[in-house]
Structures are given as C-alpha cells and as structure tokens.
Design a protein around this ligand. Sequence first.
Ligand SMILES: [Zn+2]
Length: 117
Amino acid sequence: MQGTLRKQLLNTLSGLTPPICPDADMDDTPRLDACADENEYASRVVEVGMQLALRRRMEARRGEIEDALARMDTGVYGVCEDCGDDIGMARLLATPTARLCVHCQSERETAQYLRCA
Ligand SMILES: [Zn+2]
C-alpha cells in the first residue's frame, strides 16, 4: 500500500510548479507609474498578492510531500508524531501527507479553535 501512496505523492509533486529559484527576479511589485490609472494599479496589487499566496501554498505543499517521502524512506511513515500509534489507512489514503492520527489531529484542531474563540 505504501508503494501506491508513494506513487500518488510523486505524481502530485511532479504536477506542482518548479520550486522558486532564489536568484530569480522576483520583483513583481506593481508600480503606479507603469499603470494606466489607480484602478489598474489596485488590480495589479491584488493580482500580485494572490500570485504570491499561491506560490507560498505551493511551496508548503511541496514541503509536506517531500517530508512524507522522507518519512517513507526512514520507516516512520504512517506513525502519528504525537502518540506513536499507526495512522489509519483510510486517513493516509485521503491525506497521504498526514503526520497525525485522526484523534491527535482532532485534539490539535479543537485546542486551536479554543485559542481563537
Ligand atoms: Zn496520534
């Protein structure tokens, strides 16, 4: 089963855009003088912000997948990082990058919710 999950993770990884090159020209900052008017400038600011958020999410996703593959290589994949129990196969099939069992994940989310409430 882990072979299937590895293939799924590698497939997802290959579908992500390439990692951001640290040397790449990342100056996407909109310039007011390069826009026709303030409305275009505002639209450009929103667009750049959305692209940046997508890039960050993509990088986070890439990291989650690479971490899961590393856990497979070291033999700790599918073991809950909090309690040490096995993470259920149904959970791994639904979320192959899961690091916690359903119980521990639920506890964390409840604690996070209570902190925010
Ligand atoms: Zn657990």
